[in-house]
Design a protein around this ligand. Structure first.
Ligand code: PLP
Length: 288
């Protein structure tokens, strides 16, 4: 079965699917996106991703392109046509196509909607991400509205490229105060010496990770003490455990930061427990 993409009302062969050269997503990164993990044929954390999509669109005054029910049908149908049971489902919504001008066009064009599905072998992915890996730190060079999930991902792409070049699986971004904001495509967590689970508080400087929110609920259910607030890079390096979360990573242990071992340099028990509870919950609650 060949890959299929949804573009503005039609299902097209992936190789032929395209948007217009004057789409504002292409010209200005004037677009938002969402990513769902597809687990055993179901989309995880549906409500959280829909709520964030609506918020991202609202912050940029892009009209919702269709109802939640219609979107659910489109995502489900794209998954079905691709014959995929595990992987990632991507949705991009741009402001649409208009003659080039920086200001938002008035009247607004119809938003452009693209849905694609990326198949992932769950066995390979789980083995790799459960083993975790190295992280490097880099200065956070992004704009002031990282809470909006836009396709303007160039600093993130540069950070990930630098991480890969050094044999690391993620880059943790550090603000002017020396505190970790988040990863290039993930939220950052540590377990400190006192056993407190720490992750950056929600502000304009991080993405409100949906996996992060679900994991906070799981941790609270386990009565693990949690603090949402800044922690320094030095605190991260001295932590008992470190890990990161995302729809594309679930809960992935960090074994070193800038070459410095975290704990004994192996995935920690808290990270592995949270990972297995998150994945179990994702299987049970996955919808579509
Ligand atoms: N932070 C950034 C910068 C991201 O790009 C992502 C995911 O794409 C996340 C955090 C994790 O968000 P989620 O858990 O909703 O996938």
């Amino acid at each position: 079965m060949g890959r299929i993409a949804y573009v503005n009302g039609a299902y097209r062969r992936h190789a032929e699917a395209a948007v217009h050269i004057e789409d504002r997503g292409f010209q200005f990164a004037d677009a938002v996106y969402e990513v769902w993990a597809l687990v055993d044929g179901g989309l995880t954390d549906w409500d959280g991703h829909i709520a964030r999509l609506k918020r991202s669109l609202g912050e940029l005054e892009i009209a919702e392109p269709m109802s939640e029910a219609a979107l659910s049908v489109v995502l489900k149908e794209t998954v079905r046509r691709n014959g995929v049971r595990d992987g990632l489902v991507y949705l991009q919504v741009s402001r649409g196509q208009a003659a080039r001008d920086h200001a938002f066009p008035d009247p607004a064009p119809s938003p452009t909607v693209v849905v694609t599905v990326k198949p992932i072998d769950p066995k390979v992915m789980h083995a790799k991400s459960e083993a975790g890996g190295a992280v490097i730190s880099l200065p956070d060079q992004r704009w002031g509205r990282c809470d909006i999930k836009t396709v303007g991902l160039l600093p993130n792409a540069m950070a990930k490229t630098a991480a890969r070049a050094q044999g690391a699986i993620e880059a943790w971004l550090v603000d002017a105060d020396g505190c970790v904001t988040e990863g290039s495509s993930t939220n950052a967590w540590i377990v400190d010496a006192a056993g407190v689970l720490r992750t950056r508080d929600i502000g304009a400087n991080i993405l409100r990770g949906v996996t992060r929110a679900t994991l906070l609920e799981i941790a609270k259910g386990l009565q693990i003490p949690v603090v949402e607030g800044p922690f320094t890079l030095e605190e991260a390096k001295a932590a008992k455990e470190a890990f990161f979360t995302a729809a594309s990573a679930f809960v992935t242990p960090v074994t070193s930061i800038d070459g410095q071992k975290i704990g004994d340099g192996r995935p920690g028990p808290v990270a592995l427990r949270l990972r297995s509870l998150y994945i179990g919950g994702a299987r049970n609650s996955a919808r579509v």
